[in-house]
Design a protein around this ligand. Sequence first.
Ligand code: SAM
Length: 335
Amino acid sequence: MKNNKMKDIVDPYGRRINYLRLSITDRCNLRCIYCSQGRNFRFLPHKEILTYEELIRLIHIGMKLGVEKVRLTGGEPFVRKGFLSFLAEIMRLFPKIDLRITTNGTLLTKDVILQLKSIGIKVINVSLDTFNREKFRRITGMDLFANVVSAISELIKNNIKTKINVVALRSINHMEVREFVRFAFENPVDVRFIEFMDLSQGGKWQEQYFFSADEIFEIIAREFSLTRELGSKDTRGPARMYKILGGRGRIGIISPLSNHFCGSCNRFRITADGRLRTCLFSEKDYRLKPILRNDKFSQETLYKIMNGAAKKKPLGYEIISRFKGNGRGMYAIGG
Ligand code: SAM
């Protein structure tokens, strides 16, 4: 592989694309009510999914274009065979990469966590919407609460930075906001509340479940004092981050429906079947797989497409009201 750096990708709003989110599978072992539960969906056939080799090629070109951070997501990344070896290979090829994973935590056994540590993974996002086993089963369709809780405590024990993602849902888990904040108060973790998004219209989106960031703040303020954190590498993402007075961890609020983040959005998403999406709320995608699978594959062609896509990267808040969704959940886009 040649290592000459190509020109960074900067969009017309001056946003430099330095963050790649790669969905490595659309398959998941959970059926969350707001994502895949009850849907009549079909997973992508295996041959449509990018191979590990193709994903590495994408990371390689991304690094040449100025990407610093890569997140692997899905679907559930740990259901894909060979995932740990893939992680090790990425770290071997790109030792300076800031490599992160978003997972539901159900498959993170002690042994897997030790392997992640030895591979050099430093930060993991775990999704968990409730501290109640029965509610967990209702939300996810599976009785795997104990696996997630034990994964979180093992990650903490092994000093792997742990961020817990909680989708806030009215009348389902909004009454647990306090308990989640307490967890972050007592443990060195980030708990990030995500506003429920309408990604699928006509699917499972139900407006009555929407619980806003303001309502979350209101609950927190009854018991805790928060101070806003600005400027650190970890506070440049979509989450507004807060320290809890006297506590060990932090709180984050992700409100994709407000526009505070779009102006500095630095990310490209690539779906498991190799479609580049420049914004969660854009219908437009760019098919990279045919280029990756072409015998005459060239990095220049890929660069041209990525650069062209960046030129058209929208401001999400300008297009969100026109967004129709694709009838599919986050598992298909890559959360
Ligand atoms: N399986 C992994 C996991 O559970 O984290 C990665 C994929 S999952 C789709 C990524 C994140 O998207 C999860 O935290 C999930 O709760 C969130 N998510 C899915 N659908 C959502 C929606 N409609 N609104 C807000 N967050 C959503």
